[in-house]
Ligand binder design. Structure first.
Ligand SMILES: NC(=O)C1=CN([C@@H]2O[C@H](COP(=O)(O)OP(=O)(O)OC[C@H]3O[C@@H](n4cnc5c(N)ncnc54)[C@H](O)[C@@H]3O)[C@@H](O)[C@H]2O)C=CC1
Ligand SMILES: O=C(O)[C@@H]1CCC=N1
Length: 281
């Protein structure tokens, strides 16, 4: 069990950090006062301060006040942040948890002093509503306790599992970016309803609830999505006409292609982060 007074820090207090902070507070895994967040942008800090979180412009202060330090800046900022906090990171005290897409454990460990405990997590924004889908991979020096802590913390805001680091790009392409694909789907379904005469608000509610209901069916019945699809689809009925339209438009290929494209972009980011000067360590 996690220590309920565990101090958690966030370097970068943008979209994803905000969702995580709200999620872990709601799950009772941390009190606002035991969380410290830094950002270079004052309005982001003001938002966190309003939640009772301790805020600072200093990334180093986050490290000094926290045992678990989330790196929640954009991938291209991770290297400079690690250079900045390097000498404050104590392997006996700190666990560094990066949520940055495509930044490898090796590149982060290479920028910190030896022995630093690092974990990579790929969460998604629905952790704001305790419905995150996250996967994580442990660095060289992360311990069994670190694994349990990350599993408990991320599990408190949704589903979390450990994967090989080499699989994190695919996780990024599927569940990290995935909420955006589903929002597109919901918007498009609602547009279809509006096209056929439904009021916008009604169409949006019906579309969103349909996606939520279908996802819940997959997760609770244990049935394959194909079986569940067949149960909706009457011979010669309406659903098969809709499915034919989707298949003709290449729906499955488009969905698969989205995951492939986003995974490849994550791989590209990794390649970019692996090239910089190791001399500046
Ligand atoms: N948005 C999402 O759905 C997901 C994002 N991620 C990852 O989370 C990380 C953050 O993404 P977002 O929250 O979407 O971005 P964001 O742009 O909303 O947040 C990043 C924050 O970092 C701050 N910042 C910039 N330079 C800084 C510095 N030197 N020190 C401290 N703070 C600094 C910015 O002012 C900004 O508020 C990225 O690495 C991304 O790959 C991972 C999973 C999902
Ligand atoms: O778009 C991005 O790069 C980040 C990573 C996963 C979701 N958002």
């Amino acid at each position: 069990m996690m220590d309920e007074n565990l101090s958690i820090g966030f370097i970068g207090a943008g979209m994803m950090a905000s969702a995580l902070i709200k999620g872990v507070i709601k799950a009772g895994k941390a009190k606002p006062a035991s969380i410290t967040a830094s950002d270079a942008y004052q309005p982001s800090l003001d938002r966190q301060a309003a939640e009772g979180v301790h805020t600072t412009l200093s990334n180093r202060e986050v490290v000094s006040r926290s045992r678990v330090v989330f790196l929640a800046v954009k991938p291209d900022v991770v290297a400079s942040v690690l250079d900045e906090i390097k000498d404050d990171v104590d392997p006996d005290r700190h666990l560094i948890v990066s949520i940055a897409a495509g930044i490898s454990l090796e590149s982060m460990e290479g920028r910190l002093n030896s022995g630093a405990r690092v974990v990579r997590v790929m969460p998604n924004t629905p952790c704001l509503v305790s419905e995150s889908a996250a996967a994580f991979a442990l660095g060289t020096h992360a311990t069994a306790e670190d694994r349990a802590l990350v599993q408990e913390l991320m599990g408190s805001v949704g589903y979390a599992c450990e994967v090989k680091e080499s699989q994190l790009d695919a996780v990024t392409g599927l569940s990290g970016s995935g909420p955006a694909y589903v929002y597109l789907l919901i918007e498009a379904l609602a547009d279809g309803g509006v096209r056929m005469g439904l009021p916008r608000q009604v169409a949006l509610q019906l579309a969103a609830q349909t996606v939520k209901g279908a996802a819940t069916m997959v997760m609770t019945t244990g049935q394959h999505p194909g079986q569940l699809k067949d149960a909706v689809t009457s011979p010669g009925g309406t659903t098969i006409a809709g499915i034919e339209a989707l298949e003709k438009a290449g729906f499955r290929g488009a969905a698969m292609g989205a995951v492939v494209a986003a995974t490849q972009r994550s791989q590209e980011l990794k390649a970019l982060s692996a090239t910089p000067d190791k001399s500046s360590k």
